[in-house]
Design a protein around this ligand. Sequence first.
Ligand SMILES: Nc1ncnc2c1ncn2[C@@H]1O[C@H](COP(=O)(O)OP(=O)(O)O)[C@@H](O)[C@H]1O
Ligand SMILES: [Mg+2]
Length: 362
Amino acid sequence: MLVTAIEAKPLRSLDRVRVELAPGIVSVIGPNGTGKTNLVEALYFALTGRSFRTSDRRDLIPFGGSLARAEATIRDEDGIERKLLASVSRSEGRRHLLDGSPADPAAIARSRPPVAVFAPDRLTLVKGPPAERRAHLDGFLAARWPARGELRKRFGQAVAQRNALLSRLAAGYGSPEDLRIWDAGMAAAAAPLVEARAEAVAELAQPFAAAAAELGLEKAALEYAPRAAGAAEEIQAGLEERREQDIRLGRSSWGPHLDELKLNSGERSLRRFGSQGQQRAALLALLFAEREALLAARRVTPLLLLDDVMSELDPGRRERLVARLDDGGQVLITAADEEQVPAAARKTVVPMPPPQTEGDGA
Ligand SMILES: Nc1ncnc2c1ncn2[C@@H]1O[C@H](COP(=O)(O)OP(=O)(O)O)[C@@H](O)[C@H]1O
Ligand SMILES: [Mg+2]
């Protein structure tokens, strides 16, 4: 599956800006402030309906405007082209259309490649709280095993139900006996999620360490630290043990909603002790490991978006990074200067289109 074009119409600083993409590595070059990150965001938005920079999609609306839209053209293995259009409007909320019609998220997910993004402000994935890493890991396992895509949501609903009862019990209403059913529900949803996360990390650990080493980060390790593990019955027993404490707290104090995905260098947590450069290498290595796992498993080519990554790497590491990408998958690289992009990534170089001014294209 290939993305053949992206168009911002409009999105942030970009209006009627269209960029054609080729297979393999495409490098988009333009000075700072010309909207490269906005273009990457437009592509991500068109494909996923979300932004990787903000949880409030209205930030994508141009200053003074009322609507943001981005459209991606995707060509599948049979050469059939489809269009994904995401929009957010102040008055009408958001939409995600496949070939002009509303489609359910599963149909949209099937019609597009999995997508991963590196951007400088995404370092929060490494240095931020565990919740982001859990969400990221769950996103990977949904791409890796589509049939497991609902596990996260199902578990989230089960915890919410148990917590709702706990908070009523904490307030002195209801009977603790009623917890049984929610303990069972939460445990039943937890067990397959924990199992999938463990399998995902087992698959990623080796390629993660290898990619990190190539980027100069020695002894890097990816480790899944589940709170609860085992079969549903064991997890349910664990919940029962913590019942009194949970009733006092009014929430579930134990379970996969508190799991951690540890990124370490040797024994040390990169989140707590890593330098900026090490954290960046770890994030890149994680994305590479995921890409490798997806390529190996499903032979779908995940789309990798690398925003402004070259400026932060020395020339040797730039070369090694590009060598790692030269495996058939589609990659979009942005850089301020073509000189920063190794020759192997200059097969397709696209200048960042200048911003359209009032009256252009009329
Ligand atoms: N909602 C918005 N509406 C209009 N312009 C915006 C919006 N958000 C950001 N910008 C502008 O986009 C420009 C930066 O674009 P960006 O994609 O970060 O550039 P680059 O990545 O090429 O350095 C800035 O001038 C910024 O003010
Ligand atoms: Mg930028």
